[in-house]
Design a protein around this ligand. Structure first.
Ligand SMILES: [Fe+2]
Ligand SMILES: [Fe+2]
Length: 161
C-alpha cells in the first residue's frame, strides 16, 4: 500500500531517529558535533512524541480496548523525556555521558520497536480508515508546531519533584 497513513508518518520519523542515534554513538567527547546532534535528536523526539500523543495516543486513550497500550507508551515518553533532560545536563566529554546515552539508545529503540510491532497494529485494527486519515492530517499539522515549541525549550524542563 502506498497511501500515507498516520502509521507510515510515525515510522518514517522513527527511521530518522534510528539514524541520528547511530550518528551520535560514533561522535567523540566534547565535540561540537556530539552536542549538536544530541540537541537535534532531543528536539525532534520531543516534537514527535508530543504530536504522536495529540493524535494517535489521545485517540487510543479514549477507547477502552486500546487504553492500556496508550498508557504504556505515554508513560515511556515521560521516562525518555527525563533521561534526555539528564543527558542534556551532563558534560559531553565525560565517560558517564556515553554510558547514559547508550541507555537512552537502548530504551528508545525498545520504545519505537514496540510501537511498530505492538501498538500500531493494535490501533490499526481498532480504528477506521477515515479516522487514520484524519490523524495523519492532524499529525502533519501539529509536528512542525511542536518542533517550534521544543526549539524554544517550552516544556523541556519540568522542575516539579
Ligand atoms: Fe512514542
Ligand atoms: Fe513514535
Amino acid at each position: 500500500m502506498t497511501k500515507t497513513t498516520i502509521f507510515t508518518q510515525l515510522e518514517r520519523d522513527h527511521d530518522k531517529h534510528r539514524e541520528l542515534l547511530n550518528r551520535i554513538e560514533v561522535t567523540t567527547g566534547a565535540s561540537e558535533e556530539r552536542k549538536q546532534l544530541f540537541e537535534n535528536f532531543r528536539t525532534e523526539v520531543t516534537a514527535h512524541a508530543a504530536a504522536e500523543e495529540e493524535t494517535l495516543y489521545s485517540t487510543m486513550l479514549a477507547k477502552p480496548e486500546l487504553r492500556h497500550d496508550g498508557q504504556h507508551s505515554v508513560a515511556e515518553h515521560h521516562e525518555l523525556d527525563e533521561l534526555m533532560a539528564e543527558i542534556a545536563d551532563m558534560d559531553p566529554s565525560s565517560p558517564q555521558w556515553m554510558q547514559k546515552f547508550k541507555k537512552l539508545k537502548h530504551d528508545y529503540l525498545h520504545h519505537i520497536d514496540e510501537e511498530e510491532q505492538d501498538m500500531f497494529p493494535a490501533a490499526e485494527e481498532g480504528l477506521t480508515e477515515e479516522k487514520e486519515a484524519e490523524l495523519a492530517k492532524k499529525f502533519k499539522e501539529r509536528k512542525p508546531k511542536e518542533y517550534q515549541r521544543a526549539l524554544e525549550g517550552v516544556d523541556m524542563e519540568d522542575n516539579r519533584e
